[in-house]
Structures are given as C-alpha cells and as structure tokens.
Design a protein. Structure first.
Lengths: 493, 178, 1004
C-alpha cells in the first residue's frame, strides 16, 4: 500500500541497480561516515582562504571606517547592498524547493531540498553580515530592534523599510533554520544509530532523541507541511520587503512599483542557479548521481529559464513605464542606465539574465552538465550586476546634476564580496561533511514508487502499454547515471 | 521465566510490516508501536492513531503572533511617543503590514515546532528511545508488549508469516538507552 | 524656659586668656589657597581636607556634565574664579576690524570662535568674505612661531631688542638707510608709531608694497587728477556697469563691499521697484564677476586696450588710433554698450582690472566723459586699502643693491615668495646688513633673514584702520597672545625708546587726534568699533584729454607685445587671494566659485582651445614664459574662457607657510612682469602638453542642468511684463493630492528664501557655515572621492549660448563648436527641511525626525550610519562621516590638534565616525535666540536670529526667518512672485524658496 506504483510515464527519481534502503543510507552517509576525499579538502582550503579574506576586509573596514569603501556623498550604497540583495536572493531557492515544491507534492524535491535549505541558511548568514558591515557604527547594530532602552520612549521607525528588512530577514532565517533542522532530525538519528563512541554521543545530542515511532512521524509530516505553508508567503514577503528598500524611496530608478514581483522572480532565478552550481559539483564529488539525476537538473534548468524570462519581461516593463510615465527624471535614469557611464554593467546584466537562460529552450543544453554549470554561474554574475545597476546607476545621477558622481570600488569592497563567497562555501562544505547532504528518509520514500528499479520491475512484469514503456525508455537516454545496457535490457522486454 | 519485555519483529519492507500489523490485529494482538526509518502513509489509520492537533496549535500561535506584532507597533509608534516622521501620520497602517506579518509567521513557526518537540519529548540531549538500532536505517520495526500478549510463539509465527526478517525478544525496553 | 547656663571646656575658656582667644579664632577656619592654585604652583599645592571635598564635589559634577556631551574636547578645566564678564555658555561679542572692515568677534570662555560683520557699521560692508570668515583659524595656526628667532635660533625679546637696536644705531651712525617694507598701512596709530620711530632713526622710511598692487590706478589718478589714490567706487549709484577684466565683485579692491552696493540694484527689493542695473563684462578668464554679468564677452588680455579705445571713441565721438579691430562679438557688443553708457551719463561706471597706467588713464577719461566722478566714483573719500607702490619697492631693491640700506624690516611682506624677480630680491637682501621680519611664521622670506620678531594675530592686537576717507575702525584684542609674540608697533616704539605700551599709544592717538571734536569717547569707540567722520564734499576734476594720444600709443604697443603665444592672465582666487592666508585649511577646501576646484591652482583653458592643444580632462600642461620660468599645472576645462588664453591663479605654491598650505598648487608670481613701473598680470607664455595625468579635486563635476527646471531664469524685460515669469509653483499648474493631514506648526516655522539674483556665488557663506558648525576639512584626496563635508554648497551651472539658443544638455553641448559664450547661475543648496522629508521616513532608528518648528532634526548620537537618508535625499545635501575626522592623523587639517580645536564652536558637537550630518539651520542659534527672548520676557522679533550663512552674505541673498510671522522679512520675500521651490513636483514640500534668476540682457 505504501508503494502505490506511479505512472510509468514519469521519469525515475532514483536510478541505479539493486538499490535497497540500506544502500541508500550507506550511499548518502558515505561522506559523513568516512574521511573526506581530496576534492573536498581542496575546495575547503580555498573556501577557508576566502573566509579569511572576508575576516580581514571586514576587520579593516570596522577599524578605519566605512571610508575604506569607495562610497561617496552621492552614492551611499554600492557593493555592500548589492551583495546583500544578491545573497538574500540566492537564499530564496532553498525555501522554494523545500516549501513550495512540497505543497505541490513535487517528489523530485526530496533529494535536493536538504542541500538547498542549507544553502538558504548560509546565504542568509552572508547577507546578514552586510546589514551589519555597511553601518557607520556597526557596534550599535542592535538599535535596529525596538529594545527597551535608557532613553525611555526611544523606539525604532516602523515606517522604514530597513526595519521591515530587519524583521523579515531575521524571521526568514529563524524559520528556515527550524524547518531545516526538523527535517534533519531523522537523518541525524540514522547517523547516530550507526555511529559509536563520541561521535554517537554528539549526534545523539543533536538528534533530540529521535525515534521513528508512528506518532513522531505523523506529527513530523504535519509540521513539515505547515512550515511549508507559512514559509511560502514568508519567502515571497522577504524579497518583497527587500525590494521596498528601493521601491518606497523617491530616487528615480528606485521608485518603481514593479519591484516586488520582479525581485522575487529574480531571487528564485538566482537561487536556482546557485543550487545548480552547488549540486552539479556535489553529485559528482559525493557520487550522488543516482539520487540527483538528470531529471532534477533538467527540471531546475526549466525553472531557471522560466524565471529568467519573467525577469527579462520585468526589465522591459521598467523601460516602457519609464518612457510612459513622462517623468523626465525617470526617463533620464533609464536612459543613463542604458547609455550612461555604467552602460557596460547594464548590458552585462541584460546578456547574463535575459539572453543566456533562453538557451535552455534547447534540450541539448538543458541536459548538458558542463553547460548548465557554466550558465548557472553566468546567471549569478548577471544577477549581481542587476542589483549593482539598480543601486549605483540610480544613485550616481539623480535629481540635481551638481552632485552627480561616479562610484569606484576599493580593494576592501572587492575583498568583502569575494570573502563572503568564501565564507559561504566554507559553511556549505562543512555541512556536507558533517550532516547528510540528502534527506535520507524522504529519498527512501521514493524507493518503492519512483525508482528506476521499481519501474523496470513493472516493465519486466510486462502488462504495461508498449507505447508508454517506449516513451519511458527513451526518456532514460539523457540520464548520465543509466547505462546503455540497462536501457537495452528494458527495450528487449 | 519471561524476563523479556518486548517482542520485536523487524521487517525489511514497509508492505510486509503493514501485512504483519494486519495479521496481529486479526489475532487481536495489541501492537505497542512501530519504528520506521521513514514515514509510512496509512499506518496511523491502521493503528488507530488519532490525527494530530498541531494545526490548531499553529493557528492559535498565528493569532497570538499577529496580535503581539501589531500591538508592539501600535504602542511604540502611536501610544508611547508619536512624532512627525516625514509628515506621515503617527498611525501609518500600511507601513505596519510587513512587521505584523513577519511577527505572525515567526511566532507560528516557533510555537508550533516547540509544541511538536514538547509533545514528542524531543530536545537536545534527550536519550534516544530506540528498540532496534536499525530502525533508523533499513528495518521496519513492529513492537509488541510481551506482558500484555501471552502467546509469544503465536506472535512470532504470525510475524514470520508476514515476512519478518527477524524476531527478537528484548529484555530492555530500549536497546539504545544510554 | 531657656537656660542661660554656659558650659566651658577648660579654665582657659572660662578666664578667656588672650592665648586661648587667639587660638579659638582660627579654630575651624582654613583659608582656601586660591592664590597658590592660580600661581605657578598650580594644583601641586597642598589641598586642605575641606577644599579637597569641595573639589571632589565639583569634580563629580564637572565629570558628569562633561560625560553628557560626546565632544572630542578631552579636558574641561572649570573656572576657579569666574571673570565677571564671562558666563560659561554665553558668548561675548567684541568690536574689532579685519583688514579695515568693522567686525564683531564672537568669543566663548575667552576664545574667539567666529567673525561677523558689525551690523551697526552703517555704510560699511555688512557681510564678510571668505577670507575674513576663515581668518579665525589663523589665530589657532600651529605653524606660527612660538617665540622670536635670531639667526634661526629661539631668543628672548630682550636679546632680540639689543641686537636690533645695535643694528639700528650702527646704521644711524653710518648714515645708512633703514627701511620698513610693508604691505599697505592705513592705520593712523601705526603711522604715528612709525613716525615716532623715524624721529629716533631719521633715515628710516616706509616702503609700502602689495603682491597684487593697484599702483596702475594710483599712477593714473596721479597723472589725470594729481591725486595718487584708489577711488572709492559706488556701484550702488551705477545703473550701467561696464567692467573690462575687473573682478570687482571678487578680488578687485574690496569685492564684498562692491557686491553689497551692486546687489542693491539687482536683488528682489530693487526688482520689486522695477529697477535693475545692467552689467556688461569684458574679460578673458571666467571670473566671479563675469558669472554674474548680464552680458559677458570673452576678450583676450591684448584686446583690453583696443577695446577701451574703441569704447572711448564711441562715447566721445573722437577717433583715437588702435581701436579694437579683431573680435567681432566684442565690437557688436561695444556699440550697444556705448549707447547704454551715453544714455546713463552720471549713472554709469567703467572699471578696468588691468594694472597698466595707460589703461587706467583711458578708463579715467571714459569715466570723466560719462560724468561718473562724484556719483559712481568718489575721489574725495578714496579707499586707503591698497597703497602699495611697485616703483617704490623697485627703488628699494636698487638702494639695497647700491649698499645704501643697512637695516630692513619686512612686515606682511614676503618678496621671496611673491615678487616676480626672485633673483633681484636675493641679491638685494644679501647687501643688507641686518634684515628682520615681523612675520608670524618662518615664511619664504622670514626664513632667509637674520631675525624674526613674530607679530600678534589681529585678534591679539590693539590698533585701528582707516579703510577709506571718513571711516576709522578699531582693532581690539579678544584673547591674550597665545604665543610669545609681540605686536610690531610695540616693537617699533620700544626700539624708538618709547616706553608707553601700544594700547595707551592707540588710546592717546585716538583721544588726541581722531576723537577731537567728536562727542564719542574712547570707550564708545571700543563699543561701536568704528568712527565715521562724514564724507568730504565732492569736488570737480578736470581731465586733460590731449594726453590720450600718447596713452593710445602705449596701449597699442602693449597689446602688440601681449598678442603672441598664449596670453596668460594671472588672477587672484576668491579663496586664497594673494596667498597671505596660505595655511588656512578652510580656504583651501573652499571650492572656487566658478571652477569648483579645491586645494589647487590650475591652467584654465577653453575646452575647444584645450582640444586644439591636444589637452583633455586631467591632463597636465607646462607653462613657460620667456624669462625661462616654467610650471606644470593641471588643465581645467573652463567654458567662457577666451580662446587662446590661459588663466592661472596667484597665491598658490607656497613652500614655507605651514602644514596645511605647503606645496599646494604652483607659484605663478614669477610670471608677473614689471613693465614701466607697474606689475603686469597679463603676460604671455608657451603651453606644451606635459606627461602624466592629474585629477583636480572638484566638488562639482557635472556642470549643466540637463534642461531640468531646478533653475528658473527669466530676463528683466519678461520680468517687467510678468514678475512671475518662469517662476510659478507646481500647484498652480497641477492638482496635487496629499495623503496625510498636515502637521500643525503653531509656534514658529523656520524657513529660508534665497534670491538667485543676489547670490554672486562668492562662497563666504560656506566658510561661515564651516566655522559655525565645526565642519571637518577633509583634504584633497577625500574631495577627489567626492566626500567633502560642507553642509551648504553653491551649485554652479553653465548654459552654453550659441546662435541665440542656450544649451544645457551634455550630449548637445558635446557637438557645439563655440564655448566662449556662457551664462552662469549660482544656486546655494543646503538641507531644504522638507515637510515630507524622504530622509525621515527611511531612517530605521528615528535619528532624523521633524520638529514642530518645521525643522528636519538630526540626532547624531542616535544615528548608526545606514546612509539610507542620504541616498533618499533628492537634493543630496546630507554628509556622512566616513572617518573619525577629529581623531585621524590622515585628516590633520584642524580638528585633530588640541590647540586648533579651540576654534570649535562649543554649541555644536563634533560628529563621530559613521554618523550622518547636514544643515541644521544653525539650530543652536535658533535656540539661543528663543532663550534670549524668553529671558527678556518678550516675543521673538524678526532678525533676532541670524544664521551663519545669511549673516555672512553681503548680498543678503539668504533670508532666514519665521514663516508664521506675516511681517518677517522672509514671509514677505516668499510672497514674491519670483519664488519657486526646487523639485517641488515630487511633493517633498521643501521649506526653502528660491527666487528666479533675472538677467538684464539685450535681446529683451
């Protein structure tokens, strides 16, 4: 009963021969239970160096003052907020995969949601560092929250999008963390019960004493479902609010009502790109080809393409509205983006975000791992430039030409950004080293329904429509984890 | 003579576990609990486990969060110390939406999960109560209370028929108890 | 029932033995050792227990108080005994004068912190220029000498005196000459003191010299009218003003005074009377005056003479040879100008900036022909501000070379920096036996001399001045001499054997000379700060026109000499003038009114001309004249600059002026030429592209309004048809909606009105604001990074005129081929205190909120520096503290040094790093004003409160006041039809109204 055979037309979510529950556990816990391989070490050292650069750059900024950055009287935000929005955006994919796809019962999420959520958390941490680092007096950052204080009735300004930000980001971080950790409990328990000694003690503490009893599982599923339900509006609200940092201002190029949906789409866009970047490497290094299959890759590419197109339309709408508004300042702001001193940034953005995802219309490209990987990086470069264009080109030439100025980054700007990327990867690599990078329990669910061996069993049993079987076997050809023989074997049936 | 507490039937396949449950229930053997490495849909119905009331808890927490959030805004911005911020009124309701919303979500999530942990006795350092260490790996465990059900041989045969890979007689309730 | 029992301790008390009585007197009393404390022993004296407790008590209080303020002031030393004229926290004002202008010096706890024009000084200038405002910083200049020097070593005054006196006596004995080389001296007392000195040393003589001299005018007037004086110009009587390369609103004679007169015929009051003067400017470089002219025609220096000849011919109908034949634009303009002038006889004036006698003579002729004398030019009450005589100095050098001079004193005179021919000076000096400088620092000259007797700063001195006929102002000290310096007059008197100190000397001089027959006493004068003896009646002057033939010839030859290579025009920058205040950080960071360049001088070239030389933005050019002197200067693209000319500012490139000013820019004085007896500031040079790039630190890098309506202009003719032309409020033409109810502002509502027609862009308001509000000086590099901290700036926009059209958009201008015709407008810009302030909405921590008096407050202590407010400010007037400017060695301009910090205004905190700041409308002054009124139990009157910027403005371009008071000047001004609000259409409801720029152009 628990294994209702799903339609043969659906592509398998788990490939590989004689997969058993035990094998799934073994495969997934491989990196956790064994010494890391060289690939991991190389990656980790590089990332750690990056993190070090971050510590240094941020330390230098705190020591000398924000003057260490390239900002000036006209351009008060540049790389700092660009990076902030970029990281928050990246974060969104995780929640979407784990929440939205759960609500829509997209089973293929089961094998990617764990790492995606981890990515969310680390991305949000990176973003949060900018919230503090960009302040003139970071040691007072806690003032953003309405804390009772010695000044009596001195509260915060709830009209300010920055306060909304603070609430949104911290809520988002907390909820994602809770969601992620609940999901981790059964898997940590598996590690615990296979481990011994100190390792066992530690995982035992982390597992909160999980035992897979019926009632636990029942409540677990309810909790996941409701968390998914509230995370969905949450994730939308977060980037909406981030976009309001700009949308509620008076600066031409910022003061735009289209921002919320456009930012959310952009966030999903860049987020999925980042997931793609990570998973393509992870499945190779950790040998997860059987669980993160071509079907996953292709589906994500499709989402990237879709959201990319939404973003593209948003860009064009912006231009149209700027012209249609008839406001000379608005018109100038956009003319200046296209042909002003920062034209190169605008056109980089356009190429990376609007042109490049359209390549995914071609199945060849969609299903080619190297190209997908390159494009996923291109997309994130583009999304970084989107934020740069929005922030800097709008600020550097606003209303009074007398104070128009250019922005030039300093080494500190660059250091903080590159460093934050290092920080992100350090955290991610540590995660896949010490925690199951794939949700074991949820993958096990798929074994008896959506795995290749299950489906081939059905085919072997033979009373299935020939046409459907053929369709199925054809779909297998793109899988890099399915060998020619396996397909032959099925076709002969 | 019977110094063991529980009879553990461990299955390799969820379907066989379900089958086992059917057989035992047919012979009105009361089942203590099942431990599985993954959720098995429909099992709670079989065992007559009542649907969870967590959603209700979640809803209440949601209400609480919303109220708290709004009252914070109302108190700080309007009641305690209203002032002229960019000419806007002291009670700018549209500007209150984001924060109220975020508070609602936050309290809902935290409250619900806290309840979940509370009801299941989940907390850091809680000693895991597991009857078979493979229950979190590849075994589907069906536990029967040895004292409530006398005829142990029958139970064993039933489990075996259902396809249990192994039947164990646990003297301790929880093997993993530390 | 009260008992009269008496308890006595011991028999002594009972018997009241004398010994006991003696003891018992002082039993509990301990005298407080104030004297000890005040004496050298200071706090090291033994402190009795009770005093200790008192001190402790006070200390506690003091520390608590000090702790309340986050100021960089490290120590707070309370008064032990309060001087009765000083109340801590309440400023005292003393009347004094700066360069002959009567000013009020604002002091706090005994230290001068601000200069303001003396409002009661009727007829004198009631605004101050940038250098006057900044001069306060010179008092606290750490580069000054702390003691006299002899042969490079510190020395006591007595020893120095003996050295000097021996030298003097020797010279006297040998019958050799003694010379006091000084810049202009118009102080009666000083002159008396020198007279006293010459009694003792008959061979002593005063040589007055100015780095930038007006001896051309002096000589010309000598020749024309037999009066070697600089006349006092009355631009307020002039309806038509023609200036040939005279920057009379800026650096020519006393610019601020001229500004005040000039504006009185052009500001909103005059316009409401339907009156506006017309001003035509012919010049090579774009001067401050040029930017304000109704019509500006670019001419080369070599065309100045011919142009004046042509003008003379046109007016008098005579035909002198050598009239202007080139430059079509100028000729056409000239015809109209001539007509204008003739119609305006007696109400017109022609001024020429050249220091050439011939040109000035011809100008005199024209002015005589226009009957200007007695109306717009006053020869009977002349100006005594510039008496420097180039010939006198030349002959001094000659004497010295001959070895006739044994002793020379240099006072306010720095020939080794600012005399064209350095070699000549060096040679001459080497012949002089004893050379002494009164300089307050080891400047270029002083460091080469035998001795330095450092002079007081004017804020430490007694004295007086006689700026122009009839006016006498007083100089009184507002602080004790900070260093071991001595006033020059005092020294001279000492050396002359006079025992009376200089204060008594000045006092006597006034009581015996100046106050004779006046009702005023010395005390009155000290209070009012000046004495006006009334003008001399105008006398008629005859002019011998027959001499003009010769004049014309000289002019022709000069203009021929100039018309080669690239014509160089050497000018004084508004900020640094002739370079005397070369170590003043405020002035270095004051953007040039026209080019907006700080911390440098440069070669200003017309963009098209620069192109032709293969020069562009940021490129360097080598300027070399035939004497072989060459400097490499950064190029500035200056629209309006005459083709084939280059303008270079004097006063830069000082090498021994002090930390701030050393090696800023390049010295251009050596380019100056001494041509038959007068220094010529127009010369020629070769320009060659130099290797390398150099980015000038400009506070404004985009120079046009891109066709935006932030500047509203109209012509006088259009204004007369419709005063509101081009002004107009957005709400007239559009229906506006307000989402929210207005906030009540029952008490005051502080607003400003700014008259674009009055503002000349001189920038003294900027310095005043800096001084008043402790605004950091950030230095060249930070300005390059566009991080200057000025709370108020003056935006300067060009419009390029071509073919009757004016272009303001970048990409249009790129295709124009003529960049000589430029119209300029200056727009003071500071926080607009918007009613719907975008900055307030977005500040997360409520660090900036709106007051019930319409002010946009900024709470520094609450700000944690997200910079969102600055981003969201449509006017970009908010300034961010990128670094700890008051505690960071990289910004050692004035805030870092404990001594220099004494200039800080204690009413305004210095902002810490990471905090946003901006114009507060001098809230400290508003509060003080309200408090004063409250103490005096009266309501606030309009004019009680003056802001730093508005009180510094000679043109009264910035009007501040209470909009809720219908009779206040500002509410009247804001009712003016010309008023418009910048960016009104985005409905931030700014609180500062601007009045349209009106030009009295021809096409109208």
């Amino acid at each position: 009963m628990s294994s209702h055979n799903e339609s043969i037309l659906r592509e398998p979510l788990i490939t590989g021969k004689d997969i058993t529950y035990a094998k799934i556990t073994d495969d997934i816990l491989l990196p956790v239970e064994n010494k890391p391989n060289r690939a991991w070490w190389i990656g980790f050292i590089l990332a750690a160096l990056g993190a070090l650069l971050w510590v240094f750059s941020v330390g230098y900024t705190f020591w000398t003052g924000i003057g260490a950055w390239g900002l000036n009287k006209t351009v008060g935000w540049a790389w700092d907020i660009t990076d902030f929005v970029w990281w928050v955006g990246i974060g969104h994919a995780g929640t979407l995969i784990s929440a939205v796809l759960l609500i829509f019962r997209q089973n293929w999420r089961n094998s990617i949601n764990r790492s995606a959520e981890a990515m969310t958390i680390f991305a949000v941490i990176c973003a949060a560092t900018y919230v503090v680092a960009h302040m003139g007096r970071p040691w007072l950052a806690y003032w953003i929250f309405p804390l009772p204080n010695q000044f009596g009735s001195l509260w915060v300004n709830f009209n300010s999008p920055l306060v909304w930000d603070a609430f949104a980001i911290s809520t988002y971080f907390t909820v994602s963390l809770v969601f992620w950790y609940c999901g981790l409990l059964p898997d940590i328990a598996s590690v615990r019960d296979r481990a011994a000694g100190l390792k066992r003690r530690i995982y035992s503490i982390m597992s909160f004493g999980w035992n897979g009893s019926v009632k636990t599982w029942q409540r677990f599923e309810i909790v996941s479902l409701i968390l998914a339900g509230i995370s969905t509006p949450l994730v939308l609200s977060v980037h909406t609010i981030v976009s309001m940092d700009f949308a509620t201002s008076v600066i031409p190029g910022w003061h735009t009502t289209i921002f919320p949906p456009y930012f959310v789409a952009g966030a999903i866009f860049s987020g999925f790109a980042m997931v793609q970047t990570l998973l393509l490497v992870m499945r190779k290094v950790m040998n997860f080809e059987n669980y993160i299959t071509m079907f996953h890759i292709e589906s994500m590419n499709k989402i990237i393409m879709a959201t990319g197109s939404i973003v593209g339309i948003a860009y064009l709408t912006e231009l149209f509205i700027a012209w249609y508004s008839g406001s000379e300042y608005e018109m100038y702001a956009f003319a200046n983006r296209i042909a002003g001193p920062y034209w190169w940034a605008y056109w980089t953005m356009m190429t990376c975000n609007v042109i490049s995802p359209q390549l995914f219309w071609f199945k060849k490209i969609r299903t080619s791992i190297p190209i997908s990987w390159v494009l996923s990086i291109v997309v994130n470069i583009g999304m970084w430039f989107e934020r740069f264009v929005i922030i800097v080109t709008s600020l550097h030439r606003d209303y009074l030409p007398s104070s128009w100025a250019m922005f030039y980054p300093t080494w500190t700007d660059v250091g903080v950004f590159v460093g934050s990327v290092g920080l992100f990867f350090t955290m991610f690599l540590l995660f896949i080293r010490f925690l199951p990078g794939i949700a074991i329990a949820e993958v096990k669910l798929l074994l008896k329904s959506a795995s290749l061996q299950q489906k081939s069993k059905l085919i072997k049993e033979g009373h299935l429509d020939k046409g459907q079987v053929e369709f199925f076997t054809n779909s297998l050809t793109k899988f890099d984890s399915v060998t020619e023989e396996e397909i032959k074997e099925l076709e002969t049936k | 003579m019977s110094n063991f507490k529980y009879i553990i039937g461990s299955f390799a396949d969820p379907d066989e576990l379900m089958d086992g449950i059917d057989r035992l229930q047919a012979n009105n053997v009361s089942i203590y609990d099942c431990f599985t490495p993954m959720p098995i849909h429909g099992i709670e119905a079989k065992l007559g486990v009542k649907p969870s009331r967590l959603p209700i808890a979640a809803f209440c927490f949601g209400l609480l969060g919303g109220t708290l959030g709004f009252s914070l805004l109302y108190y700080t911005m309007f009641y305690d110390w209203p002032m002229n911020i960019g000419g806007k009124p002291a009670l700018p309701l549209p500007d209150f939406v984001p924060v109220t919303f975020e508070c609602t979500i936050l309290i809902t999530a935290l409250g619900m999960v806290a309840t979940f942990f509370y009801r299941n006795h989940l907390f850091p350092g809680r000693a895991p109560r597991v009857m078979d260490l493979r229950a979190t790996d590849d075994r589907f465990i069906l536990a029967v209370d040895a004292n409530d059900n006398a005829d142990h041989l029958k139970i064993e045969t039933l489990l075996k028929e259902a396809g249990a890979v192994e039947v164990k007689y646990n003297e301790r309730k929880y093997v993993s108890y530390e | 029932m009260d008992s009269n029992k008496k308890y006595w301790k011991g028999l002594e008390e009972l018997q009241q033995t004398p010994a006991f009585v003696e003891k018992s007197k002082g039993e509990f009393s301990e005298s407080i050792p104030v004297e000890d404390v005040l004496s050298e022993a200071g706090l090291s004296t033994r402190t009795p227990r009770r005093d200790f407790l008192k001190a402790l008590g006070f200390g506690l209080g003091a520390v608590t108080l000090a702790a309340c303020e986050r100021t960089p002031a490290h120590k707070a030393i309370p008064y032990l005994i309060k001087p009765e004229e000083i109340t801590p926290g309440v400023p005292n004002f003393y009347a004094s004068s700066f360069k002959g202008q009567s000013v009020l010096v604002r002091t706090r706890e005994g230290r001068p912190i601000l200069l303001e024009a003396n409002p009661s000084a009727v007829g004198l200038n009631c605004g101050t220029d940038a250098s006057a405002q900044a001069s306060i910083l010179d008092l606290y200049d750490t580069s000054k000498l702390k003691a006299p020097k002899f042969k490079g070593a510190d020395i006591s005054w007595d020893e120095l005196d003996t050295h000097v006196v021996t030298a003097l006596d020797a010279a006297k004995a040998a019958g050799k000459q003694i010379r006091i080389v000084s810049s202009t001296i118009n102080s009666p007392s000083t002159i008396a003191a020198i007279a006293r000195f010459t009694e003792k040393y008959p061979t002593a003589r005063l040589v007055e010299v100015e780095a930038v001299s007006y001896s051309g005018i002096l000589k010309a007037n000598q020749n024309s009218f037999g009066k070697s004086v600089v006349p006092y110009y009355r631009f307020d009587n002039a309806d038509v003003i023609v200036s040939v390369a005279a920057d009379f609103l800026g650096t020519w004679l006393s610019g601020e005074e001229h500004t005040q007169q000039y504006i009185s015929n052009r500001d909103y009051k005059s316009l409401q009377k339907g009156k506006m003067s017309r001003h035509i400017q012919f010049e090579g470089g774009m001067s401050l005056t040029g930017t304000n002219a109704d019509v500006r025609v670019a001419i080369k220096p070599s065309e100045e003479g011919p142009l004046l000849i042509a003008l003379y011919n046109a007016i008098t109908g005579s035909n002198l040879p050598g009239a202007l034949s080139s430059n079509q634009k100028a000729q056409t303009a000239l015809k109209l100008v001539a007509q204008e002038l003739q119609q305006a006889r007696g109400r017109a004036v022609v001024v020429a900036g050249s220091n050439e006698v011939a040109i000035q003579t011809l100008t005199n002729a024209i002015n005589v022909a226009l009957q200007s004398y007695g109306s717009t030019i006053d020869l009977d009450n002349p100006s005594y501000q510039y008496k420097g005589d180039d010939e006198a100095f030349a002959s001094f050098l000659a004497e010295a070379n001959r070895g006739d001079v044994d002793v020379a004193f240099f006072w306010e005179s720095n020939p080794l920096y600012n005399y064209p021919n350095q070699e000549a000076v060096k040679a001459a000096l080497s012949k002089i036996k004893f050379k002494l400088s009164f300089s307050d620092r080891e400047d270029e000259t002083a460091s080469e001399l035998d001795a330095i007797a450092p002079n007081h700063n004017f804020l430490e001195s007694w004295g007086d001045a006689h700026p122009r006929g009839g006016y006498y102002t007083i100089v009184q000290p507002t602080i004790n001499p900070v260093y071991n310096t001595r006033q020059v007059e005092h020294s001279l008197l000492l050396w002359a054997g006079e025992k009376t100190d200089y204060y008594t000397f000045v006092k006597n001089n006034w009581e015996q000379q100046l106050l004779v027959g006046s009702s005023k006493t010395w005390k009155d004068v000290l209070q009012t700060g000046f004495e006006y003896k009334g003008d001399q009646p105008a006398t008629t002057y005859s002019f011998d026109f027959s001499t003009l033939g010769a004049v014309a010839n000289t002019l022709a030859s000069h203009s021929k000499a100039l018309a080669k290579d690239v014509e160089v025009q050497l000018y004084q920058s508004i900020a640094l003038k002739d370079g005397k205040q070369g170590n003043n950080a405020y002035l270095h960071e004051l953007p040039d009114p026209v080019s907006k360049v700080t911390w440098d001088n440069y070669a200003a070239l017309n963009p098209k001309f620069a192109e032709s030389l293969g020069l562009g933005e940021n490129s360097l050019v080598e300027v070399a004249d035939d004497s072989g002197y060459k400097v490499t200067l950064p190029v500035l693209m200056q629209p309006g600059q005459a083709m084939g000319t280059v303008s270079i500012a004097l006063g830069y490139g000082r090498t021994k002026v002090g930390k701030a000013g050393n090696n800023v820019g390049k010295n251009a004085y050596p380019f100056v030429k001494l041509v038959n007896g007068t220094l010529q500031f127009n010369t020629t040079a070769k320009l060659t592209k130099a290797s390398g790039n150099y980015e000038l630190a400009q506070t404004q890098t985009h120079h046009t309004i891109e066709g935006r309506n932030i500047i509203r202009e109209t012509s006088f003719a259009k204004y007369k048809e419709n005063p509101g032309h081009n002004a107009g409020s957005w709400t007239d033409s559009h229906k506006t909606y307000d989402l929210w109810n207005k906030y009540e502002q029952p008490g005051h509502k502080w607003v400003m009105a700014i008259d674009l027609n009055a503002c000349t862009g001189c920038g003294s308001c900027i310095v005043a604001c800096n001084v008043e509000n402790n605004i950091p000086v950030v230095g060249r590099d930070e300005v390059r990074r566009r991080r200057e901290m000025h709370w108020m700036r003056i935006d300067r926009y060009y419009a390029i005129e071509q073919g009757g059209e004016s272009f303001t958009e970048e990409d249009e201008i790129r295709h124009l081929d003529d960049m000589e015709n430029v119209s300029v407008v200056h727009q003071p810009m500071m926080c607009q205190h918007c009613e719907h302030a975008p900055c307030e909405t977005v500040c997360p921590v409520l660090a900036t909120v709106h007051s019930s008096e319409g002010l946009n407050h900024m709470a520094y202590n609450r700000c944690f520096g997200t910079r969102y407010c600055a981003n969201n400010c449509p006017y970009k007037v908010r300034r961010f503290n990128w670094f700890n400017y008051w505690n960071d060695s990289r910004f050692d301009n004035y805030l870092n040094n404990e001594f220099t910090q004494l200039v800080l205004n204690p009413d305004v905190v210095s902002r810490s790093r990471g905090v946003m700041e901006k114009c507060s409308m001098c809230i400290q002054r508003i509060q003080a004003g309200k408090l004063k009124a409250k103490i005096e139990k009266r309501t606030l009157k309009d004019g009680d409160i003056k802001l730093a910027c508005s009180s510094a403005c000679s043109a009264n371009a910035i009007i501040f006041g209470d909009a809720n008071d219908p009779n206040s000047e500002v509410s009247k001004a804001l009712k003016n039809e010309r008023v418009y609000y910048v960016l009104e259409e985005i409905n931030v409801q700014p609180g500062i109204g601007y009045m349209t720029k009106v030009r009295n152009t021809y096409e109208a």
